[in-house]
Each structure stands twice: as structure tokens, then as C-alpha cells.
Design a protein. Structure first.
Length: 186
């Protein structure tokens, strides 16, 4: 399992670096970021798209045709559209979500920001995201780029990952700790 994760990570990093360098050269880092966020949103919203990306059942040609249609319909063009299509042609579509994450880390580093992955039980409101960014900036001394995810199984609270540090303030973890403490008592 670790070997597979390492393989995906390596592929994702290489594609993300290539995209970053091309976008920087073309002066279109912001456009690439916007297109990647839009595609990530499409993946998050559509279980069919998730299945298309993850499933090895589809042939490279089927994946390419389907992804090309999705990308064209969503008006994701230029470098990002080409990257996604190339990934489909090369049977690397499964790595696109990790490519998006890796690109975000590269962009944050380029901008002098720290990248923070925040998982919450419900989508963060704009006010909560701004407040969280401010708190993290005060703690870390750098601007923070938030990458948010939703995991309803957390019940409440947040899990914040910055680099190798993780703060788990989720209700699920607190309840599990309480459950273990109760088992030890009696």
C-alpha cells in the first residue's frame, strides 16, 4: 500500500511541477489555480466523475473522451485542460486529485504562504474560513492558504494539518477518547 501511495505521489508531483513551471512561464498561475479549483469542485460534486477518475475498468480512450467532454463543458481550457486530458491519455487520471493538491502546495510556497489542510464536518462559511486563516497566520507568522475538505463523520470540530503537524479538534476524536477512558474506569 505504501508503494502505491508513493507511486501516486511521485506521478502527481511531476505533473504538478510541470504545470506550475508552464503556468509561471506563461504568467497564468492564477488562471491555472482557478481552473484546478473548478475541476476539483466538479470531482467533489459528481460521484460519476469520481468513479471515472478512480476506476481502472474504463479504457484510456473512454476516459479521455469523457474527460475531454467534461473539461470542454466546464470551459476548463489552456494548460489545466491539457494536463487533465494528457493524464487521461496516459492512464494517470487517478492521480489528478493529488496533482491539484501538489500544485496548491507549490503555489503556496511560491507566494510565501503556508498550506493548511482543514477537514470539517460541514463546509466552512466564508467568515469561519477568514477567522481560521487569521488564527493560523497569528500562530505561524505567515499567510495561510486553506485547502478545505468535508467529512461528515467528524460530527463537529476541525482537523487542521500544517506540514507534518496535525491538530485534531473533531468531536469524533473527543468522543472516542471519552469512550476509551470510560472503558478503563470500569
Amino acid at each position: 500500500m505504501a508503494d502505491t501511495t508513493s507511486l501516486v505521489s511521485g506521478v502527481s508531483e511531476r505533473y504538478a511541477i510541470a504545470l506550475f513551471e508552464l503556468a509561471e512561464e506563461a504568467g497564468s498561475l492564477d488562471a491555472a489555480e482557478a481552473d484546478l479549483k473548478r475541476f476539483a469542485g466538479l470531482i467533489e460534486e459528481s460521484s460519476d466523475l469520481k468513479r471515472l477518475i478512480r476506476s481502472p475498468v474504463f479504457s484510456a480512450d473512454e476516459q479521455y473522451r469523457a474527460i475531454a467532454a467534461v473539461v470542454d463543458k466546464a470551459e476548463i481550457g489552456g494548460l489545466v485542460g491539457n494536463l487533465i486530458k494528457v493524464a487521461a491519455k496516459n492512464r494517470r487520471l487517478f492521480a489528478v486529485p493529488d496533482m491539484i493538491t501538489a500544485f496548491g502546495r507549490l503555489l503556496a510556497r511560491y507566494r510565501g504562504e503556508v498550506s493548511a489542510e482543514v477537514t470539517s464536518a460541514e463546509p466552512l462559511s466564508d467568515k469561519h474560513a477568514v477567522d481560521l486563516k487569521a488564527a493560523l497566520k497569528a500562530s505561524l507568522g505567515k499567510d495561510v492558504a486553506l485547502e478545505t475538505k468535508v467529512d461528515p463523520s467528524l460530527i463537529g470540530g476541525l482537523i487542521v494539518k500544517v506540514g507534518s503537524r496535525m491538530i485534531d479538534g473533531s468531536l469524533r476524536t473527543k468522543l472516542n477518547s471519552l469512550k476509551l477512558a470510560m472503558k478503563e474506569v470500569g
